[in-house]
Ligand binder design. Sequence first.
Ligand code: FEO
Length: 168
Amino acid sequence: MISKKMEAALNKQINAELYSAYLYLSMSSFFHSVNLAGFASWMRIQALEEMTHAEKFSEYLIERGGRVLLQSIDGPPTKWASPLAVFDEVYAHEQKVTALINKLMDLAIKENDHASRGMLQWFVDEQVEEEASADGIVRKLKLVGESGNGLFMMDRELSQRVFTNPGT
Ligand code: FEO
């Protein structure tokens, strides 16, 4: 049986993952509005990944005898100054999520909750990838600058991303 404290912390994290999905869906919609369908598609897949993260936490919580309590999700921003501004925010957001996962891991260590430590290690590794992919796109966008051609090429490249459930 999971501790009440860990149960509450995991419920909070489920909300944070759902907020991430909401934020990325909003970014996807923004990209459609500026005719960057490849960026929009990449971001929609990112949102789907966040849903799988929320699901992974939920399944774990249920398996440990906990109860999933869904909270209201904050409204995300809807406008950005440029594609670079969007990805700067993605990178900053993922760094925040990494800090949340690290705090959960700290709690699992403090409580001697080995099962939660094992589950959270997957997220620690996943966050390395999440940060690297956002940072990689930020760097490319900086290289491309204001170039319409460059953005067009990147849009084509990002449109190639396909959804794979990272948890399987
Ligand atoms: Fe669920 Fe992007 O971390």
